[in-house]
Design a binder for this molecule. Structure first.
Ligand code: ACO
Length: 387
């Protein structure tokens, strides 16, 4: 095949049985289970095991995995020291990338990943998987305190990942609805077929690099505004719009200038992203708990979604997961620049499932290209060059 397709649109990069998206009907499933069921009935820990093992866990497997995760919440003191040396104004995604990468220096051993029999030490793969999933939330929450000049709040190994994450941010056990919202956000963002950061995961994994190199590469890929960074832009956009009554004029101006509407459009979904629908419903539960008040940002979001769907729906452009996730994180009190790190925390489950899958049948990625440069030519010595 020699045809170049920009963005590899429609080109299968792998064969996978981890998740599936039907973009025409708006269906997302993990290992065959619809995302709606998982969001309502599962937990992040259980969904992570489903992604990793391929089946819903037994009670015993879930209990053992949960305990292993909890024993690994705590991050090494040296990593904390490293974090204190980073600039407090720096990007939290770059901190996370650096933190994950640095963790790898404490856990060498990827020589057990060999090309002939891609993994000769299953314990290494399983242990590193637990360490990464357990420590990424801690890194994100610790950074919030370290960058503000405070000591991080130690983790609570008696709490699930979602609750512990909020606890490490705020120092108190979260309200059950807020913990449920965080847990649901973690489930919804945990996996999404071969998107840009998962593709980066596969490419790095295929070289048999360490899982820390694999995941830090994926974190870097997720950081861009066309991918995970969009939820931050959504909140900035909604703030710029201000009130629902400003939506129409703002949207007309934006579309006339061919500007992007953040949180809209998706390479695969041609209808509203099912994750956006779930997040919107969760968002609607909040006012009931808060004396019937809709957040002004949410009101503006609803008005923008309606107007933008009217203008862009005919092109198959609808709200995606990032449209509502940012607003929800705002309601949880999470600072804007920590939204994408939280996305990375949840996506670590999917990335690691893909790491396992890639290792189980590995071949290094080495695509081709269509060369459009100069034909072979003679080297001209410096003194003979005239222009
Ligand atoms: N606002 C306005 N117009 C849009 C938008 C948007 N958000 N998204 C796509 N379009 C238009 C494009 O301008 C283009 O129009 P044209 O045919 O008249 O030139 C057409 O729709 C096709 O768009 P592409 O950019 O070619 O679509 P692609 O599949 O390459 O990009 C992407 C998908 C990057 C998600 C795009 O829709 C976008 O930039 N969205 C905004 C950023 C965003 O929300 N990203 C998060 C995605 S979800 C995630 O990664 C978790």
């Amino acid at each position: 095949m020699s045809e170049y397709l920009p963005g590899l649109e429609g080109v299968p990069a792998t064969q996978s049985n981890i998740s599936d998206v039907d973009g025409e009907r708006g269906i997302l499933s993990y290992r065959g289970y619809p995302i709606e069921d998982l969001a309502e009935r599962s937990t992040f820990e259980e969904t992570t095991l489903l992604l990793l093992d391929g089946e819903l866990p037994t009670a015993q497997r879930l209990e053992e995995f949960t305990q292993e995760l909890r024993q690994n919440y705590r991050v090494k003191y040296n990593i904390r020291t490293l974090m204190t040396a980073l600039p407090s104004t720096g990007s939290p995604m770059e901190m996370l990338q650096a933190g994950v990468s640095a963790l790898g220096m404490f856990y060498p051993g990827n020589e057990c990943l060999t090309d002939s029999d891609s993994c000769t030490d299953r314990d290494y793969v399983d242990n590193m998987t637990v360490k990464i999933i357990a420590r990424m939330p801690a890194l994100v929450a610790m950074w919030e305190h370290i960058r503000n000049g405070y000591d991080p709040i130690p983790p609570r190994p008696d709490l699930p990942i979602a609750d512990n994450l909020l606890y490490m941010f705020y120092g108190e056990e979260p309200d059950p609805l807020l913990a449920k919202i965080m847990d649901t956000c973690l489930i919804l963002h945990a996996e999404h077929t071969t998107n840009a950061s998962t593709f980066a995961t596969l490419v790095t994994a295929s070289t048999l690099a360490s899982p820390y190199a694999v995941i830090s590469g994926a974190v870097g890929t997720l950081s861009g505004p066309l991918h995970g960074g969009a939820n931050e832009r959504v909140v900035e956009m909604l703030r710029e719009i201000g009130r629902p009554e400003n939506v129409k004029t703002w949207l007309d101006k934006q579309l006339d200038r061919k500007q992007i509407i953040w949180g809209f459009g998706h390479r695969v979904y041609k209808v509203k992203d099912p994750r956006a629908k779930i997040l919107q419903k969760l968002m609607e539960r909040l006012p009931a708990e808060r004396g019937g008040q809709l957040s002004p940002l949410f009101e503006t979001a609803i008005a923008l979604e309606e107007a933008a769907t009217e203008r862009l729906g005919h092109k198959g452009i609808y709200a995606n997961v990032d449209f509502y996730s940012g607003i929800l994180y705002m309601e949880l009190g999470i600072p804007i620049d920590q939204f994408t790190p939280l996305f990375a925390v949840s996506r670590s489950a999917g990335w690691l499932a893909h790491w396992h899958e890639q290792l189980s049948d590995n071949r290094i990625f080495r695509p081709t290209q269509v060369y459009v440069g100069e034909p072979l030519r003679r080297y001209v010595p410096l003194r003979e060059r005239t222009s």
